[in-house]
Design a protein around this ligand. Structure first.
Ligand code: SF4
Length: 425
């Protein structure tokens, strides 16, 4: 890729104006989109959350992109998504307001999960265990794909922007496989077979805090765009005060050639980054080494995904009032930890595939497989005193328990957000 990547930044209350400016700064829509082509818009609509939660790309941002793309006279515009595992894409479109907007605009909504016309694409030099990915013919044959993420904090990836949004072009089976191994590498493999030509990020509002499930939205009134998803994610991090070095998968994305994280190679055009900055609350990035002194937490060598999940789970224990009664437990994540051989196995939780080796010395410890493991599996394991690893037979129990715990958790998050933002959200 070329040495210099451009990231366009437009700040203002009018989302249409922002989107148009971003397209103009990146070369103009008629230069970016060929006439009489199929244009896929890939928003982030993976959860059934209302627009004001800022978890899904806002329908007005998607509408603004549709208006802009129409100037290039495409043959067809299609909004395409495959919602998170366990979520119905069409329900998500409805909940986040994209369905209503698409009906008003006369634009097709497409559920990747329900597509039967798939092509099994080989992943060259695959880095995870995914040697092939089944993708809809529509996506592979479309002349243009525009990635439309929203900026948010994320429980299993710390930060969600352009790179992470492409995880949502695969059906559930691939999605589940991705979560059973190194998710970062699996994400890179999906990018290698489905690479959007443009990324437009919705930063009008962003989901901070314990997003995506318990978001605390903040207003930023920005739209950003770039052909380089890595540079875009990096600059978006700077916009909201996230240390890009704290997001492990950026470096990998740079190494595999998806773009650059090196600030010296990135030119920001448009409004001044410094004038638009607003510090975002991302509890997943707070130092976790001494954060729960009542527990014996070992996290040397843990990457940001496992650190974020530890944070989510340990804080959940506090929120639901069972933190104190389980103190003394040993929690392990990452590959560089030494454990006291005398620690009783039933006091140890091994979080993630990196910790599997401790099973030799502690065969009866609670081992949570995954890279990273499922989002609530650590706290559920503490509650149940048996590993919770996403087994289908446990799903009803997990859903019920999460529903029961939701009010306490929500109240806890609101208090924490208040401590961070005061009245400055
Ligand atoms: S299991 Fe290991 S490699 Fe995978 S996310 Fe956790 S710390 Fe990272």
């Amino acid at each position: 890729m070329s040495k210099n990547s451009t990231v366009a930044l437009a700040h203002g209350m009018d989302v249409q104006e922002n989107v148009t400016r971003v397209f103009d700064m990146l070369g103009g829509v008629t230069n970016l989109i060929k006439p009489n082509t199929t244009v896929i818009l890939k928003p982030n609509a993976g959860h059934a959350a209302p627009p004001e939660f800022a978890v899904c790309t806002h329908p007005e941002t998607v509408r603004a992109v549709i208006h802009e793309v129409r100037k290039a006279n495409p043959k067809r515009i299609v909004i395409a998504e495959s919602a998170a595992v366990g979520c119905d894409t069409m329900e998500c479109y409805e909940a986040c307001g994209i369905a209503k907007m698409a009906a008003e605009e006369g634009v097709e909504l497409y559920d990747i999960k329900r597509e039967k016309d798939l092509i099994n694409v080989a992943v060259r030099d695959y880095r995870s265990n995914i040697s092939h990915v089944k993708l809809p013919r529509l996506l592979l044959e479309a002349e243009h794909i525009i990635n439309l993420p929203i900026l948010k904090a994320h429980a299993s990836m710390v930060f969600s922007g352009a790179l992470k949004n492409i995880k949502g072009v695969v059906q559930d089976q691939v999605h589940t496989t991705m979560h059973r191994q190194n998710l970062t590498m699996a994400m890179m493999d999906v990018w290698s077979v489905c690479r959007p030509d443009l990324n437009i990020m919705d930063v009008m509002s962003a989901a901070s805090g314990y997003s995506p499930h318990t978001p605390t939205p903040i207003e930023l009134d920005c739209v950003m765009g770039s052909k380089d998803p890595v540079a875009l994610d990096r600059i978006a991090c700077e916009l909201v005060g996230i240390d890009p070095d704290g997001v492990s998968y950026f470096k990998v994305a740079d190494e595999v050639g998806l773009g650059t994280t090196n600030q010296e190679n990135i030119e920001v055009v448009g409004d001044k980054l410094d004038d638009c900055k607003k510090k975002m609350w991302v509890p997943y990035l707070e130092d976790i080494r001494n954060r729960w002194p009542e527990y014996d937490v070992h996290c040397d060598g843990a990457c940001s995904s496992c650190q974020a999940l530890l944070t989510l789970n340990m804080e959940t224990l506090k929120a639901i009032g069972i933190y104190d009664e389980n103190k003394g437990m040993t929690v392990v994540a990452g590959c560089d930890n030494k454990l006291d051989p005398n620690t009783p196995d039933k006091q140890i939780i091994l979080h993630g595939n990196c910790t599997r080796r401790h099973l030799k010395e502690h065969p009866d410890a609670y081992f949570l497989p995954g890279c990273p493991p499922g989002e609530g599996s650590l706290y559920m394991t503490v509650v149940r005193k048996e590993p919770v690893t996403g087994q289908p037979e446990l799903m009803p129990w997990i859903r019920q328990r999460m529903e029961d715990d939701a009010p306490a958790w929500r109240g806890y998050v609101e208090k924490e957000a208040e401590k961070f933002y005061g009245s400055n959200k």
